[in-house]
Design a protein around this ligand. Structure first.
Ligand SMILES: [Zn+2]
Length: 100
C-alpha cells in the first residue's frame, strides 16, 4: 500500500460517522461498554492531507485523565478548550470549531 492510499483510507475512517465542525475539524463519538463517554476530535494537519486527533472525555475518572464538561450534546458544546498534542488549539461551541 503506498502512502497516498493509506492517507485516503485514514481519511475515510475519520469522516465516517463524524460530524463536520468546520475549519478542517471533525468530531466522532466514542462508545465504551454501550455508553457514550468521549469524542475523537480530528483535524487536518497543515499538509492538508493527513489527520491528527485527540480524545476528549466528558465521562470518567478525573484522576485518570482530563474530563471535559459536556455543556450541550446537540449542538455540541464542550468546555474548556481543546489543545491537541500538535499544538492545535480551539473550542467546540454550538457544533462549530473556533480557534483559540
Ligand atoms: Zn493535532
Amino acid at each position: 500500500m503506498n502512502e497516498r492510499r493509506a492517507n485516503r483510507d485514514e481519511d475515510a475512517w475519520w469522516r465516517n460517522g463524524s460530524t463536520d465542525l468546520g475549519d478542517g475539524h471533525w468530531s466522532k463519538p466514542i462508545v465504551l461498554d454501550g455508553e457514550h463517554v468521549a469524542f475523537i476530535v480530528s483535524h487536518l494537519k497543515p499538509d492538508g492531507v493527513t489527520m491528527c486527533w485527540s480524545t476528549v472525555f466528558f465521562k470518567g475518572d478525573e484522576k485518570k485523565r482530563p474530563i471535559w464538561t459536556l455543556v450541550s450534546m446537540d449542538p455540541l458544546t464542550l468546555s474548556p478548550s481543546i489543545r491537541c498534542s500538535c499544538g492545535d488549539h480551539g473550542f467546540i461551541t454550538n457544533g462549530k470549531w473556533a480557534r483559540a
